[in-house]
Design a protein around this ligand. Structure first.
Ligand code: IVH
Length: 675
């Protein structure tokens, strides 16, 4: 190949690669396969190896080119990077909106751009004539650290802006502001890896992102999966945009990644509040952490007019959601025995508020986990409470150690029945092997009456424990023989409460197959597996006859569950219990099977919100028809139902070729569509 031709090829390959990077990392919508992309990159590497004089720092091959630095140099921000004032109540948000309107006087009503507040670290990227020339941290707002070499390893950050057709002209100077972050899954993976290597853990994705960007060796940064959302600008010359929204859309067309599905523009307070609520409820579902939302005046002229205070603009405010982590102290560690005999260490905490709930306990999982995290009694720790899961100790703050903290070891005997505990090979969980251990029957009963199982209201832990301790109830079968007089023997039990409990027990007799199965407490049969089994077998008799092979053939049932199910139904005591429950009047409603094969046994996943029903309603409806309601898109998913403001599940489902249903399609399929 001649130099001239190499030059031409290199330039063509580079723009192709940059374009496909953009499709993949910025739009999440690739046009070519990974293999085809790799081919392009390989070709470029080959030619550059042959003609090293053609290598330029902005070549896609040079993202991880830099050598470790000795330290970070400083970069002054042309326009200071301000911080935001916070609002943590609706009242404070209203005050902000009032202040804005007052500040604008008789100008036209402003509109507001609202987008999620990403919990990462702020960066500024400077593009001169479309080329990335500087990247820096926020620092003190005036001067930050030069992180250009590290930032170049982040694939969603373009080294050259894209001269796409139909895009507005690329400004001569563009200072992009955005948030670098790490997705929750990548954060978990990174921490697992660090645990294995004995390295200190990161407390949250934000620390992990910050730690990864502030690495002196760009090769380390390159290995961490980091990402960027752009949300604004410093200087932009020339600036032909009249709204922030237009500017953001333009940024996307230049190759910069914005959080497009979640950027909204509103006029009224109630619309804004509605969206904030939606974001807060969907927070767990997002693949990245958000700690609130930012509300910004959309019109750039109005922003200028409103101006700023010393450190924050008057045209924007951060609405903070409730935190999901807090720092507290471990007072003691108690060992609980579960319904399968599993021993779980539980930390008793100095009570602390997390996201509006007082947290007193956190699970420590098992001895391995305690050792890995080096958790001791008396330690100051970071506790996290996310969604409905049991709070967890994320990390010990070792710098707070006084030396008086006491290491913890799991007991050799069951703390309830004193039987020597055992650990199966390859497991990390200690178990009490005594099937008559009272702790197991208490825990089993608690499970049986719980909301997702037989849902017997009023039968709390204190009452159940008394019933077991007094020998009135040994197993769930006994619950259905309970009389009011039995209950009246208990402490703090009045006739009214006793009646309510009896009628709750009565009411629970009408149940679904899925609930019934889940109530049995078969190991490895959680709510989801119970759903799969219920819709597959359609009747208890058929399930009881199934062998391992038959079970293993079902999508979503693994070898452990299959073995455990067969073993459960092979035991006379379990078959007897089922008989007693049925004889006591428990009536199992089976999924209706007369519906077309299109629903029964199929897995549905929902993204976004439906107009006609809540998520919970959709779930119940589908389960009632023998379908499975999945939480994430996987190869076992049959349908993705797409509501308003869908999340990343949509892209994933598209990429996997999963059938996508609009709300209307969905209602039609259920036979609920409009005539
Ligand atoms: S707009 C004048 N939008 O929050 C500042 N900021 O507490 C305008 N942040 O330093 C900022 N997500 O690092 C904006 N969608 C978003 C954001 C966001 C995260 C960060 C940003 C800023 C901090 C302010």
């Amino acid at each position: 190949m001649k130099l001239e031709e190499a030059k031409r090829l290199v330039s063509k390959l580079r723009s192709e690669i940059n374009y496909h990077n953009y499709r993949y990392y910025v739009l999440d919508d690739p046009e070519i396969s990974d293999q085809e992309y790799d081919q392009l990159l390989k070709r470029l590497i080959e030619i550059e190896a042959q003609f090293p004089e053609l290598i330029t720092p902005d070549s896609p091959t040079q993202r991880v080119g830099a050598t470790p630095q000795l330290g970070f140099t400083e970069v002054a921000h042309r326009v200071p990077m301000l911080s935001l004032e916070n609002a943590s109540s609706e009242e404070e948000l209203r005050d902000f909106l009032r202040r804005v309107k007052k500040g604008l006087g008789d100008l036209k009503e402003p509109s507001f751009l609202v987008d999620p507040k990403i919990d990462g670290l702020a960066v500024e990227l400077v593009y001169q004539n479309g080329t990335l020339v500087s990247a820096s941290t926020r620092g003190d707002g005036f001067v930050g650290e030069n992180i250009l070499a590290n930032v170049k390893t982040i694939m969603s950050i373009p080294i050259n802006l894209l001269p796409l057709k139909d895009a507005p002209p690329i400004p001569e100077l563009l200072e992009v502001r955005g948030e670098i972050y790490m997705e929750k899954e990548d954060f978990k993976r990174l921490n697992k890896e660090r645990e294995r290597e004995g390295l200190p853990l990161f407390a949250n994705p934000r620390n992990a992102a910050a730690g990864s960007v502030r690495q002196l060796d760009p090769k380390v940064t390159a290995k961490r999966k980091l990402n960027l959302f752009c949300y604004g600008v410093g200087s932009i010359e020339p600036n032909n945009f009249s709204t922030l929204y237009d500017l953001m859309i333009a940024m996307q067309s230049w190759g910069l990644r914005i959080n497009r599905p979640f950027i909204r523009v509103f006029k009224t307070e109630s619309e804004i509040l509605g969206y904030l609520q939606e974001l807060e409820t969907r927070r767990e579902e997002l693949p990245y952490e958000i700690d609130g939302a930012v509300i910004k005046v959309n019109e750039i002229a109005y922003q200028t007019r409103l101006g700023q205070k010393t450190r924050s603009p008057r045209w924007a405010i951060a609405f903070k959601f409730k935190a999901n982590q807090a720092t507290t102290e471990i007072l003691k560690i108690e060992v609980q025995v579960g319904r399968t005999g599993a021993l779980t260490p539980v930390a008793h905490l100095r009570p602390v508020e997390i996201g509006g709930v007082i947290v007193r306990r956190a699970t420590l999982h098992n001895q391995d986990e305690i050792q890995r995290k080096d958790i001791r009694i008396g330690d100051t720790v970071i506790v996290e409470r996310a969604g409905d899961v049991i709070p967890e100790v994320v990390k010990v703050i070792t710098s707070k150690r006084k030396g008086s903290e006491i290491p913890f070891k799991m007991p050799e005997r069951c703390p309830v029945c004193n039987t020597r505990v055992v650990m199966k090979e390859g497991e990390v969980i200690l178990r009490c092997p005594n099937p008559n251990c009272p702790a197991q029957s208490r825990a089993y009963l608690r499970h049986f009456v719980s909301r997702s199982a037989m849902n017997i209201e009023g039968l709390g832990k204190k009452i159940l424990d008394q019933l077991v301790d007094k020998g009135i109830v040994k197993d769930p079968g006994d619950l259905y023989g309970l009389k009011k007089e039995d209950l009246l023997l208990l402490e703090r039990m009045g006739p009214k409460l006793a009646e309510n409990i009896i009628s709750a027990i009565e009411k629970s007799k009408e149940t679904t197959f899925q609930r019934f199965l889940f109530s049995l407490g078969i190991r490895y049969v959680g709510e989801h597996t119970a759903q799969i089994l219920a819709s597959h077998f359609g009747s208890l008799e058929r399930l009881m006859e199934a062998n391992e092979e038959e079970l293993l053939a079902i999508e979503g049932i693994g070898p452990q569950a299959a073995e455990s199910i067969v073993s459960y139904f092979s035991q006379d005591s379990n078959r007897d219990l089922i008989k007693r429950l049925i004889n006591a009047g428990v009536r199992i409603q089976y999924p209706t099977r007369d519906l077309s094969e299109e629903i029964s046994g199929k897995t549905f996943v929902l993204t976004g919100s439906l107009k006609s029903m809540t998520r919970e309603e959709a779930k119940r409806l589908l389960q009632g028809k023998g379908a499975i309601f999945g939480s994430s898109v996987s190869k076992g998913t049959d349908y993705l139902v797409v509501g308003d403001s869908p999340g990343s599940k949509l892209q994933k489902a598209r990429a996997m070729g999963i059938k996508i249903l609009t709300e209307e399609d969905f209602l039609n399929l259920l036979g609920m569509g409009r005539p």
